[in-house]
Ligand binder design. Structure first.
Ligand code: IMP
Ligand code: MG
Length: 183
């Protein structure tokens, strides 16, 4: 789906597919440079990071492994609870691995700060974070993010993997959800 297909559900179109792809190419070059001579394990956080992972992994001109975790976030609401629970764990042993967490969005930062600590405690050689979107106003905890696609306003966004009640994940772009949809 394109943003134009759900225009009535949007308050604003934020990022087009082309803008997302262009930024991911830049990030891919940074990752190639930073991880030269090192193997990387990309850890995607289900389900939102599926699109970022698919596009980032293909943009990288180096071999990478991919694994997935699912952690609980907000159910179908629009406000972060801070409660993190592992719903699906990794299949990969992290001992001495260079891990790059791939995320769709950092909102409060609660999920990622917890996740990073969790992966570090498994003996990874390094754990860094790559997120497509970040809401700076919403950060409740400091999270050291190595790669960030775009800083966006503190509003509820959908598309490119991000959902509202499991809808809109298959949008090519990112938009701000119109309040009438969730009120
Ligand atoms: P946190 O508040 O940083 O812990 O964000 C937890 C998770 O909430 C993210 O990984 C997203 O899956 C989801 N999330 C946060 N903000 C949004 C949003 O604006 N739209 C859709 N999902 C969001
Ligand atoms: Mg997520």
């Amino acid at each position: 789906m394109d943003l134009a297909d759900i225009r009535d559900d949007l308050k604003e179109e934020l990022l087009t597919e082309a803008q997302l792809h262009e930024r991911l190419e830049e990030i891919a070059r940074e990752i190639e440079r930073d991880y030269e001579g090192r193997d990387v394990l990309l850890v995607g956080v289900l389900r939102g990071a599926v699109m970022v992972m698919a596009d980032l992994a293909r943009s990288l001109k180096k071999h990478v492994e991919m694994d997935w975790m699912a952690v609980s976030s907000y159910g179908s609401g629009t406000v972060s609870s801070g409660v993190v629970r592992i719903l699906k764990d990794l299949d990969t042993d992290l001992t001495n691995r260079h891990v790059l967490i791939v995320e769709d969005i950092i909102d409060s930062g609660l999920t990622l700060s917890w996740l990073r600590q969790n992966l570090v405690s498994r003996g990874a050689a390094s754990v860094e974070i790559c997120t497509m979107l970040r809401k700076p106003d919403a950060l409740k905890v400091e999270v050291d993010v190595k790669y960030c696609g775009f800083d966006i306003p503190n509003e509820f966004v959908i598309g490119y993997g991000l959902d509202y009640a499991e809808k809109y994940r298959n949008l090519r772009g990112v938009g701000i959800l119109a309040p009438h949809v969730y009120q």
